[in-house]
Design a protein around this ligand. Sequence first.
Ligand code: CMP
Length: 143
Amino acid sequence: MAGPGAPEAAEMMAGVPYFEGLSEKTLKAIASEGKVIAYDAGKTIVGEGGAGIGFYLVLEGRVEVRKGEKVLATLEKGQFFGEMSVIDGQPRSADVVAVSPTKCWVLVSWSFAGLLKGHPEIALPMLKELVRRLRAAQSAPAS
Ligand code: CMP
């Protein structure tokens, strides 16, 4: 999916640790696979229980991951969400809501799989982040 805003995406993605070490050319090619979408504050980007084929990387702004009244996490520039449904095809596990004007780089699931196959070095830091989230969830007080 070559989206409008790809050069902007590449520039913003250059500061994201997952893409460190990739050449500018490679990053531009990766960026052009997705598209940049802007959300107003208050907008629900992903709804719990919905079908999901998009992987999201926050480029600007801030989002909250919410389950009912509970805020599970706040994610900012360089952090991702939506990977769970993209990986296993199950419904979205939580709401993700923009809490400030937010821009995300969005990649459809088949492009996400292609990204990790083409650049497996990105997968390990993502797995580390998933483990960090799992540990945080384990140590969170039960609701
Ligand atoms: P997905 O289930 O596709 O859609 C909702 C997203 O919220 C989910 O993917 C994760 O990216 C994110 N998410 C769910 N639970 C947590 C959590 N405990 N901490 C951080 N992010 C989460």
